[in-house]
Write a protein that binds this ligand. Sequence first.
Ligand SMILES: Nc1ncnc2c1ncn2[C@@H]1O[C@H](COP(=O)(O)OP(=O)(O)OP(=O)(O)O)[C@@H](O)[C@H]1O
Ligand SMILES: [Mg+2]
Length: 252
Amino acid sequence: MTESNDAIALTLENVAKDFGGLRAVDQVSLRVPVGERRAIIGPNRAGKTTLFNLISGELPVTQGKIILFGQDVTAMPPYRRVGLQMGRTYQITNVFQKLSVEENVLLAAQGLSNIKYAFHRTLPRRGAIYEQMTSALQSTGLTDKAHLPAQKLSYGEQRQLELALALATGPRVLLLDEPAAGLSAVERTRIAALIRSLPKSLTIVLIEHDMDLALGLVDQVTCLHFGRVIAEGTPDAIRVNATVQEVYLGAG
Ligand SMILES: Nc1ncnc2c1ncn2[C@@H]1O[C@H](COP(=O)(O)OP(=O)(O)OP(=O)(O)O)[C@@H](O)[C@H]1O
Ligand SMILES: [Mg+2]
């Protein structure tokens, strides 16, 4: 590993994904330095979620390379990427509705996402896993709700819980797919503040439809359109980028 690679959390080299005849992700190259907050924006069907599925390993790439902290993970299954501290938000269906918020986060911290284990485990009341849970609840503003069954949470709080589940795995790179989707204006502001307050050492790649929200949260922006990177730059540069404006107006 070279010195410069140490400072790069995530590298994509000419990554492509085909679904039958459709090229959903087309020759995408990215370099995300450690601690950077990066937004992936772009209209519907631009390939944003597919790109995340390739990065997390849920889908195999058709072509290209994915490198995490200098290590080639292109052929690694998702659980091994989590072992290399790549975290992503889970869909809310991964939450055990009857278990408490705290129990859900403890299970995530233990690396258990299988319901079979969930009911046969004695959950720790102290130690590293417990600390990880406490810290994830604190970072996501859920400490007061720790003992509530997950099903009693509001929709906005459930989205906070998704974030807590991802944080509980102790990620160094965190992938967030539309963390504010479906939230009210007040809830959006809250989740944006939570994301902003996460440790600066954590590298965050964030998909967000709402340009204003995305651009207010990140250092760098990559805009996808038909699977291709059509623009990359700071939020200020992206705001005035003619190609990006065209794509968003066209999509609107
Ligand atoms: N599993 C799949 N099988 C076949 N086609 C797929 C699959 N997943 C995505 N696609 C197609 O790939 C393209 C990109 O989809 P993707 O979900 O990545 O876009 P997106 O940018 O996340 O869109 P959105 O903003 O609507 O969430 C779309 O045309 C979509 O229909
Ligand atoms: Mg998507």
